[in-house]
Design a protein around this ligand. Structure first.
Ligand code: AHM
Ligand code: MG
Length: 336
């Protein structure tokens, strides 16, 4: 089963579907193949290293990093690839990219009804050492494509129609949900096709792994510190959890989805909203987790119910196995 056939099958389940989402997804798949090829050739083609610019997150993050975030060559290329792939699909009206400060409004002749929020190459600090990196995307429908505004982009994650990520790792894996479960496809390089290799992914109810940047522990709040303490020194007779942290959200979430456990990027005293961006990191991954039977929580509420105020807003996030996320909710004392 190729991803093309899978998406066409999904389309045929909805008698009112006119194929627009199918076309949009095929352009996203094309962008992923292009970036996968560039990532594979990066060392040879001199694509690793800096592009000599800083990206939009630099100004947002001055409190954290006085020099600004350095933008890598592969980030620049991947962003260009996805913007062109999405615009040329003729199915998008507004795009939000991690790499662009402002939302991109598509010119009228090429305008369609979808909004796509994406991080073209997440985990860029891992590029130069060959660790897995990925593309993350979330898709919304816009009410009126002829009068689209920024407000149309600032929707809760519950309005998302589809989301996914593509991981450029030891193999290239695309994980997708169109709101009917989660499926994983692996790129067969000899065919140039994504093949369904992980049908109907369900996350275990509880896992043996926790995943967090523990170097931030001195700035955590009490419930987060207590939660991680319990992962290491459980009081209920269960074995301690293993720690796995790659520092590349796509890879950390992919492992969490397949093996179970919890991934967290909590708030801390230095970053009261955590680090991860709502529209193109937190929402798509939360959508996938819920679709796989897990849950995603901001520390205050169900992550998908959050309504961002600006396109690059951040939020703390705890996501993964249902019962593991229940544990952090119990420690924080939130009942949702
Ligand atoms: P990026 O979009 O600038 O690459 O940052 C996002 C990445 C995520 O992939 C990852 O979960 C996180 O940053 C790791 O942050 P840290 O190095 O603070 O642990
Ligand atoms: Mg990035």
């Amino acid at each position: 089963m190729t991803i093309t056939r899978y998406v066409l099958n999904e389309q045929s389940r909805n008698p009112e579907a006119r194929g627009d989402l199918t076309i949009l997804l095929s352009h996203i798949v094309l962008g992923c193949k292009f970036v996968a090829s560039a990532v594979n050739k990066a060392g040879l083609a001199k694509l690793i290293g800096l592009a000599g610019e800083t990206n939009v997150q630099a100004s947002n993050r001055t409190a954290l990093c006085s020099t600004g975030e350095e933008q890598k060559k592969l980030d620049v290329l991947s962003n260009e690839v996805f913007v062109k792939a999405l615009v040329s699909s003729g199915r998008t009206c507004v795009l939000v990219s991690e790499e662009n400060e402002e939302a991109i409004f598509v010119d009228a002749p090429l305008r369609g009804k979808y909004c796509v929020c994406f991080d073209p190459l997440d985990g860029s600090s891992n590029i130069d050492c060959g660790v897995s990196i990925g593309t993350i995307f979330g898709i919304y429908m816009i009410k009126d494509k002829d009068s689209v505004t920024l407000e149309d982009v600032l929707q809760p994650g519950t309005n998302m129609l589809a989301a996914g990520y593509c991981m450029y790792g030891s193999s290239c894996t695309l994980v997708l949900s169109t709101g009917n479960g989660v499926n994983g496809f692996t790129l067969d390089p000899s065919l140039g096709e994504f093949i369904l290799t992980h049908p109907n992914i369900k996350i275990p109810n509880r896992g043996k792994i926790y995943s967090v940047n523990e170097g931030n522990a001195k700035n955590w709040d009490a419930p987060t510190a207590k939660f991680v303490e319990k992962c290491k020194y459980p009081q209920d007779g269960s074995p301690p959890k293993s720690l796995r942290y790659i520092g590349s959200m796509v890879a950390d979430v992919h492992r969490t989805l397949l093996y179970g456990g919890i991934f967290l990027y909590p708030a801390d005293q230095k970053s009261p909203n955590g680090k991860l961006r709502i529209l193109y990191e937190v929402f798509p991954m939360s959508f996938l987790m819920e679709q796989a039977g897990g849950q995603a929580f901001t520390g205050k509420q169900r992550a998908l119910e959050f309504v961002p105020r600006k396109i690059h807003d951040r939020s703390p996030i705890f996501l993964g196995s249902y019962d593991d996320v229940e544990d952090i909710k119990a420690l924080i004392g939130v009942h949702i």
